[in-house]
Design a protein around this ligand. Sequence first.
Ligand SMILES: Nc1ncnc2c1ncn2[C@@H]1O[C@H](COP(=O)(O)OP(=O)(O)OP(=O)(O)O)[C@@H](O)[C@H]1O
Length: 234
Amino acid sequence: MLQAIALTKEFGRHTALHALDLTVQKGEIFCLLGPNGAGKTTTVNCFLGFIAPTSGRALVNGIDVAQQLPQARQHIAYIPETVMLYAHLTGLENLVFFDSLTGHHHSREHYTTLLLKAGLQENAIHRRVKTYSKGMRQKVGIAIAAAKNAQVLLLDEPTSGLDPHASNEFSDLLRRFSEEGRAVLMATHDLYRAREVASRIGIMKNGRLIADMEADAVDHYTLENIYMEHMRTV
Ligand SMILES: Nc1ncnc2c1ncn2[C@@H]1O[C@H](COP(=O)(O)OP(=O)(O)OP(=O)(O)O)[C@@H](O)[C@H]1O
């Protein structure tokens, strides 16, 4: 589903990604941890086609993002730290608008159901987004991704600033996404959330993946120790 093959990105003299190899299969939630500047966002941005790799390849469903960007993007939904929505439109109007950009035109009932499934309260659906909390905006983002029927979900710090309850709800939505056979790649600083939601956890430092483990194989305490140990020694 998602594959980085010797993915390298140089910004001037600085190498942000060093021949990164990474695969996220269907149904997997891969959480990418690492300190500031490790290369997490650069990795996500290469898959999104926001930046072009210096060498190597970023593949989405076997499609090379740098070669066939529009085709690759058809399979991708992206949720950043703050989902950008039109503040003066309602949640429903935003969903209808963003889905129309992908060529879809469904009934209001269909979009309402997607928003409800994403956990938005019924009374919020018709309120303007300027009155929404951050968690509510993230839910609209999930509904937009679900409407697109994207097979790959890329997320960059999506739970930062969410309270624990909103964060838990968000994790449930991600699990549902992966259970439907989608591949999820999430860059995060939240070790606890990563341990809760991920099927696999990778630790990046200096543009390299220095650990790649099954989430079930580590408890919170062990993960924190592994993370801190790598931060010291690599
Ligand atoms: N457009 C750019 N121009 C120059 N350098 C960049 C650019 N984007 C990223 N970098 C550098 O590439 C490296 C990796 O940055 P990146 O944003 O991928 O890290 P990150 O792991 O996402 O960090 P954070 O946790 O702070 O978000 C950093 O050294 C950063 O300064």
